[in-house]
Design a protein around this ligand. Structure first.
Ligand code: MLT
Length: 325
C-alpha cells in the first residue's frame, strides 16, 4: 500500500505516538486480535475467520487471543489500554453499545477509548433450550417459564453479552424474571446446555445453527424480523407470538484510541478484503450470517452506527434497572 505524505499529515495528533516510518512499513510483525469471550464461541468464530483472511491481506500473522470474562469488558479494557501502534485490535459486538450504560464504573473509557475500524457482520440470535426441555414451541415455552420461573436457569455470557441483552428483552417481553447463570462466553454455556445442566439460552446463530440442525438442542425462535435461510424451519419470535422481540448482534473491529489514521486505514483495507473473501462469506452463510455491505465496513460508518446504538439501548437498560455494579 502506498501511503502519501498528505495521508500521514492527516493522521493528526495520534500519529505522534508512532513514528511515520513505522506507519509506512506497517505491519512488520504479528498482530493480536483480542476476542473478549471464550474460545469456540460465536465471537471467536467470527474473529478467527476474519483474522485469517486479514492476515493474508496484511502479510503478517493475526493471532486471536481470548480474553473472556465480565461480559466482554476485560478484553475491551485490555485493548483500550494497549499501545496504539496497530498491533493490538479488538473484535467486539453489540456489547460495545450496552456496556457504557450497564457498567457505571470501568477502568477504561467505553466510548472514547477506541478507534473504529469497520463493522464486520450482523448475526441473528436464536432462543434455545436443552434438548429435553418440556416445551415444543414458543407459546409453550412462555407458558412454562411463567409457571415455573423459580426453576428456570438461563445461561448467558455475563452482563454486557449479547446473550444477556437477549435474556433481558425476553424477560421484559414475557413480563417474567428468571435466574441467569453467567459464563465467560456462550461456548462453555453451550456445553452445559448440551449436558442439560442449564435450561435456556438466547445465542447467536454462529454458535447454535449446527447444534439445532443436529437436534442436540431445541430451538423456539429466531430474533430477526424474517426467517433465515440457514434455519428455514425456525419461526421468527413474532410468528411464535412475541411481536417486537428482535435483536441482531453486530460485530465491529477496534483499535486503541490514538492509533494513527494511516494504520487504521490499512487495517480497514484488510478488513474489507476479508469481508470479500469467499471462504469467509461461505462459512458466514452456513452459520446464518453474512459480511456487512461495503458501505458499513468503514471507520466512519462504524462510529456513527455504534454511537447511535448506545443511545438506542440506554433507555431500555435504564428501564430494566439491572446494572453490573
Ligand atoms: C461469545 O462469543 O461467547 C458471545 O458473543 C457471548 C455473548 O455475547 O452472548
Amino acid at each position: 500500500m502506498i501511503i502519501s505524505k498528505r495521508t500521514l499529515l492527516g493522521a493528526g495528533l495520534g500519529a505522534l505516538a508512532t513514528p511515520a516510518l513505522a506507519q509506512a512499513t506497517y505491519p512488520t510483525r504479528t498482530i493480536t486480535m483480542i476476542v473478549p469471550f471464550a474460545a469456540g464461541g460465536p465471537t471467536d468464530t467470527v474473529g478467527r475467520l476474519i483474522a485469517q483472511a486479514m492476515a493474508a491481506d496484511l502479510g503478517q500473522t493475526v493471532v486471536v487471543e481470548n480474553v473472556g470474562g465480565a461480559g466482554g469488558t476485560l478484553g475491551a479494557q485490555r485493548t483500550a489500554q494497549a499501545r496504539p501502534d496497530g498491533y493490538n485490535i479488538l473484535l467486539h459486538h453489540i456489547g460495545m453499545s450496552t456496556i457504557p450504560t450497564l457498567y457505571r464504573r470501568l477502568a477504561y473509557d467505553p466510548i472514547n477509548g477506541f478507534e473504529t475500524i469497520g463493522l464486520v457482520t450482523e448475526v441473528p440470535m436464536t432462543l434455545v433450550a436443552r434438548k429435553d426441555f418440556p416445551a415444543q414451541n414458543l407459546a409453550e415455552l412462555i407458558a412454562h417459564v411463567r409457571r415455573e420461573r423459580e426453576k428456570i436457569n438461563y445461561a448467558n455470557a455475563g452482563i454486557g453479552a449479547a446473550s444477556h441483552l437477549c435474556g433481558l428483552l425476553f424477560q421484559k417481553a414475557i413480563e417474567t424474571p428468571f435466574t441467569t447463570v453467567p459464563y465467560r462466553g456462550t461456548a462453555p454455556a453451550m456445553n452445559d446446555l448440551l449436558a442439560g445442566t442449564v435450561d435456556l439460552m438466547c445465542d447467536q446463530t454462529t454458535n447454535t445453527t449446527e447444534q439445532i440442525r443436529a437436534g442436540a438442542i431445541r430451538a423456539f425462535a429466531v430474533t430477526t424480523p424474517e426467517r433465515i435461510a440457514a434455519l428455514p424451519d425456525l419461526p421468527t419470535a413474532a410468528q411464535g407470538g412475541l411481536p417486537g422481540f428482535e435483536v441482531t448482534v453486530w460485530h465491529g473491529l477496534y483499535a486503541p484510541r490514538n492509533t494513527p489514521a494511516p494504520i487504521v486505514e490499512r487495517l480497514n483495507g484488510a478488513l474489507v478484503a476479508a469481508l470479500r473473501n469467499e471462504t469467509v462469506a461461505r462459512r458466514f452463510a452456513d452459520l446464518g450470517t453474512a459480511p456487512v455491505a461495503a458501505e458499513r465496513a468503514t471507520p466512519q460508518f462504524h462510529r456513527q452506527f455504534w454511537q447511535a446504538d448506545i443511545q438506542k439501548w440506554r433507555p431500555l437498560i435504564q428501564a430494566a434497572g439491572q446494572y453490573a455494579d
